[in-house]
Structure formats: C-alpha cells, structure tokens
Design a protein around this ligand. Sequence first.
Ligand code: PHE
Length: 451
Amino acid sequence: MEKQRGSFTNKLGFVLAAAGSAVGLGNLWRFPYLAAKYGGGIFLLVYIVLAVTFGFALMVTEIAIGRKTHLSAVGAYAALDKRFGFIGYLSSIVPFIITPYYCVIGGWVLKYFTVFLTNQVAEAAGDEFFTGFITQPAAPVIFFVIYAGATALVVMMGVEKGIEKASRVMMPLLIVLTVVIAVFSVAQPGAMEGLIYYLKPDFGRFSATTVLAAMGQLFYSMSLAMGIMITYGSYMKKETHLEKSVRQIELFDTGIAFMAGLMIIPAVFAFSGGSEEALGKGPSLMFVTLPKVFNSMKFGTVIGAVFFLLVLFAALTSSISLMETLVSILMDKLGWKRRKASIVTAVYLLAVGIPVSLGFGVWDFIAPMGMSLLDFFDFLSNSVLMPIVAFLTCIFIGFVVKPETIIEEAEVNGELKSKKFYKVMIKYIAPVCLVAILIFAVMEAMGAIAV
Ligand code: PHE
C-alpha cells in the first residue's frame, strides 16, 4: 500500500494481492479447529453458504466503496456521507485487536518450524508438547517477539514488492503441499470416519452457534468488516471486473480453508480418536494434530519443516498487511512518518501481545469473561465488532447511499449478474441476520444461554 495511490498492474495482480492478504492463519489454523469443534460437515456447509451469499455481497460492497472513493476505510465512509465517517473509524479498530494475537500465533508457527528443522518431530508428536510450550513464560514470548519484529521490519522498510514476488512461488507451493498432506491424512487407518464427519452435514448439530462461528470465521478469513478490502479496492483499476475478482478471491480463500480441514480433521480421528475432547481442542488443534501426521509420514521431518515454513510465509504476508493497515492509519491521521508510525505500532504489538502469550501460562488468572486473553480478543473482534461494522455498512449502503451506487461501481466494467440478489441481501437479509447473531453472541458470552 504505497503512499501515492498506485494501482495493481493487471487483473491477476489484484486478485493475488487480495488473496495473499486473505489466505493466512485464518484458513490454515482457525478454520480447521472451528470446523472440528462445531460439527464438521454442518459447519462446512454453513460456511460455504454464507461465503457465496453474505460474504460475496459484503466483499463486493467493500471493494466497490474503495474503488469509488479512492480512499481507505477511515476516509471512504466519510467521503460517501459525512455523518457516517464513524463506521470507518470503528472498522479500523478491528485490526488493532487482531494483529497482536495474530503475531503470537505466528510465533507458535515459527517455533514449530524450528522444531522440525532440528528434527524433534517425535517429541512434537507427543500429546503434551504443545501445552508444555505455550505455558512456558519465556519461550513463546521470545518467538512472538522475533515474529512481530520481522513483520515490523518489513513494514518499516516497505519491501512489500519482494514479498509479492515471493508469494507467487510460495502460494502455489502451499497449495500443492496441502493437497499432498491431505491425501496422506485421509489414507490413514481410521481417518475415513473423520472424512465423513468433515464432509457429511449432521443437521442435528445445527444451531445458532454454528452460524455465529461460521460468520465470524468468514469475516476473519476474507479480511472483511475491518476496512482492509476497502483499501485494496482503492487500488483496483476500473477495468478489472469486480464480480469476477470477488468470486476468484472467494474460491481461493475457501479452497485453502477446505484443504486445511481435510488435512487436519481426518487426522484427528486417525491419531487421537474422534472424541469430543480431541475435536474441541480449539486454537491448539493444528499444533497438536499435524506433528502426529508428520511423525508417521516417510520424510515427515522434511515435509513438516517445509510445511511450517510455508504456513509461516502465509502468516507473514497476512500480518504484514495487517500491520501495514495500522501504520497507514497512524500516518494518515496523525501525519507521522513511516518510521515513527512503525515503531509506535511495534511497541503497541509487544505491549498487547506479551500479555496474550503469558495468558496461557503465568498470567492465566487474567480471564475476561472466562476466556483466555487470546480467545477474548478473538471474540471481541470476530463476534462483536465485525458484526457491528458489517451491520452498519449494510444499513449505510442499503438505505443511505443506496445499493445502486455500489452496483453502478461494480458495473463500470461488465454486468453484475447477481444484482437483485445483492439488493435484497444488503438491505434486508444481512442486517437482520447480523443483529440476531450479535445478540446471540453477547448473550452466550455473558452466560445467559448455555450451548
Ligand atoms: N484473512 C487473514 C487470514 O485468514 C487475516 C487477515 C485479516 C489478514 C485482515 C490481513 C487483514 O489469516
């Protein structure tokens, strides 16, 4: 995201850049543990339905807002209507909440990369290895600091161009490797049951929680409701077909998430049995299950090392774009230079990330609403703030700016096929669902309803 507003050189450039931001830990780490926890097939189904309806409408909206106004979120809402500039500010809070804990998990990935490099795959496959690691006071903090430092360094020096080039090699490689690992996982004895669990929806397990979790994941994974796609849209050329691009980004993002689930969920059945407990592991699932897969694989150490390197890379491209967002907000709003904004942001990341990391061990007594600090921040952004931002955006576009404005922008180059659908979605279906989801999320968190 350069200071002067350049644009992507070609169509693929836009799709790749947006996909590079979208594909990250959300797909590889977060999606599989949610799918495992919330009923497998039913979660997958709800997620896909939401992605092609709700996610589609919201992404078209955000990219069109950006392309129309040539501004990032903070300015874009205000440019459309002064009274609604606050939505831009609200959406900018989200990356401030996500980035620190994103880097904590980035640190875990870095740790696992070094574990495989130093050939400790057998140890890592043990049940207690991961918990043993994250509950330590110093080690996870050190990995977090290195990871956050690397992110900050790239943002400060602005070497995104090199990263873009590297993504063109690393991303396809990541896809190939996820396919290989998924095939191996599924072929394990006992994995078939897991495959069925993941692919066959059990409608008996459908509940509001499933929808809430899937929707929060959708925002997170597609980088929606936090102003990021608005910024990307502001760099998009008028010649690019908006609808097609959105479909491509969605396909890419959902495809990788799907493969990650295929890699991890059958393996949970093969190696840990498909018990509620094994499936409900939450944030630790990837780190507990995958080493077991690699441990039983021929050349597992090498494949594991390459895999975690690629995950590390996918995570870095995302955390760089997250941090870049924070830095550019500070630069735009306070007139700071890149260097100063980067340093202040880095200090902020440490100040929030270190407690998040310690929250699993020595500081585990800090448990807002009974959650670990990481889960709490995750809840705050994905289940509370993002639905609020998405709701306000729908109302704003649906009734103030009018959907026609967005449709017009989307149709600068080619027709928007799903016009009627888009209007109904943005004006009625999405806002009603969002309010319902929000009320449910807060009630659930307050313990008002047991699930
Ligand atoms: N979408 C990214 C992921 O799935 C996270 C992210 C959000 C990255 C917003 C950049 C901006 O991991």
